[in-house]
Design a protein around this ligand. Structure first.
Ligand SMILES: *Cc1c(COP(=O)(O)O)cnc(C)c1O
Length: 375
């Protein structure tokens, strides 16, 4: 094992995204141990939260993860090519005309309403029982059988006959909030529905739900974002290892000694002598425009504030406190003194959005066994 993201080379030519696969492996082991005897699956939708589904899925497989959740059929087909032996559930569900594709690629659809239940059942009658995931909505009002359909099904469970029910799942709306009232209600509704349906493994908790306690674990947990290093318990210490370091290169440095403005809109005015550095990253790279005048970068341990607006390819930081900085040096946008969650807070968003926005322009460097270097 190498030294981790904080020793990643700063000697690269362009802005650099370092993804620590050993940290992902260690996060998976931590979660699997903590949730045993429940099975730890992995949610790796959206290209593994922007970090690269190839290296991330291989890393998780090597750690013993066998069950995966993706959002779309296309993501499922891609993952099937990467992990031929895995079990893959497609959360967005079964759309008319697609059962044949699910079968062809051995993918399990989430059955999100009674129409989908009926369609999969009809397909199973014709082509033999095949596994699927029944998704019950207990409070998201997004996907899954709404309460009325859930009740119709519990009154007539024979509608599931002929389907190989691999999992019955639901999803928590407020698992990351200190007030557990909503989670508890969802958990109890879910358990009540399970008791009235044919026996099948059950799953409720994603990253944050795992930390609500053993009542929430059922037979399988579906962590996503916390595997990728984001804190599942906002406001408390992160029990998982950071996975991402993002470094932007200093392109130019200028000393300002007369009053001047910085960037589009002239939103920042420099009053006295200051030193500014322009960095090679912008909103096209997922450094969100809402970080204008609010973001914090770091040179070593020293915080350097973003001044003026974030533009498409560039941001400007005030490095008055770091006189030794030079063009070509790397500045941490996400790093040891400022994690994904801290940056998300400044941007007024969540770590999920920061990770899934990371652009394709960064040179990507994978640390650890699962990857090898990918430029
Ligand atoms: C995204 C998702 C997950 C994973 O959620 P995290 O909060 O990233 O752990 C699990 N289950 C469902 C249904 C999801 O949509």
């Amino acid at each position: 094992m190498r030294g981790g993201i904080y020793e990643a080379g700063a000697d690269h030519g362009s802005s650099l995204l370092t993804i620590d696969l050993d940290a992902i492996a260690s996060n998976y082991r931590f979660l699997a141990e903590r949730t045993r005897p429940a099975v730890a699956a992995a949610a790796i939708k959206a290209d593994a939260y922007g970090l690269g589904v190839g290296p991330v899925s291989q890393t998780l497989w090597a750690e013993g993860c066998r069950d995966f959740f993706v959002a779309t059929l296309d993501e499922g087909i891609e993952l099937r090519g990467l992990l031929p032996e895995s079990r893959i559930a497609v959360l967005n569900g079964l759309i008319a005309g697609e059962p044949a594709l699910f079968r062809k690629h051995s993918l399990m659809p989430a059955l999100n309403d009674l129409g989908q239940v009926d369609d999969w059942r009809a397909d199973c009658r014709e082509n033999g029982a095949a596994p699927a995931v029944l998704h019950l909505d207990t409070g998201m009002s997004r996907l899954g059988l709404p309460p009325a359909e859930r009740d119709a099904l519990t009154q007539d469970p024979s509608r599931l006959d002929g389907i190989d029910m691999a999992l019955i799942m639901s999803h928590l709306a407020c698992a990351d909030e200190p007030d557990e009232t909503m989670s508890r209600r969802q958990r109890d509704d879910f358990a009540a529905a399970l008791a009235r349906l044919p026996g099948a493994p059950a799953s409720l908790a994603a990253s944050s739900g795992i930390f609500l306690g053993p009542d929430y674990l059922f037979d399988m947990v579906r962590p996503g974002v916390c595997l990728h290093g984001v804190n599942p318990r906002p406001g408390q210490p992160n029990p998982l290892r950071p996975v991402v370091r993002l470094q932007a290169k200093i392109l130019q440095i200028r000393d300002v000694d007369t009053p001047q403005t910085v960037g589009y809109g002239a939103t920042h005015r420099i009053a006295g002598p200051a030193r500014l550095a322009t960095l090679a990253a912008g909103y096209a790279d997922g450094y969100l425009r809402s970080l204008s005048g609010r973001g914090t970068a770091h040179i070593g341990e020293t915080a350097v504030p973003v001044v003026g607006r974030v533009s498409m390819d560039l941001i400007t930081v005030d490095i008055t406190r770091v006189p030794e900085a030079r063009p070509g040096d790397m500045v941490d946008l996400i790093g040891p003194h400022h994690d994904v969650d801290a940056l998300a807070k400044e941007a007024g968003t969540v770590g999920y959005e920061i990770l899934t926005s990371l652009g394709r322009r960064y040179r990507r460097h994978y640390l650890g066994d699962g990857g090898g270097e990918v430029a």
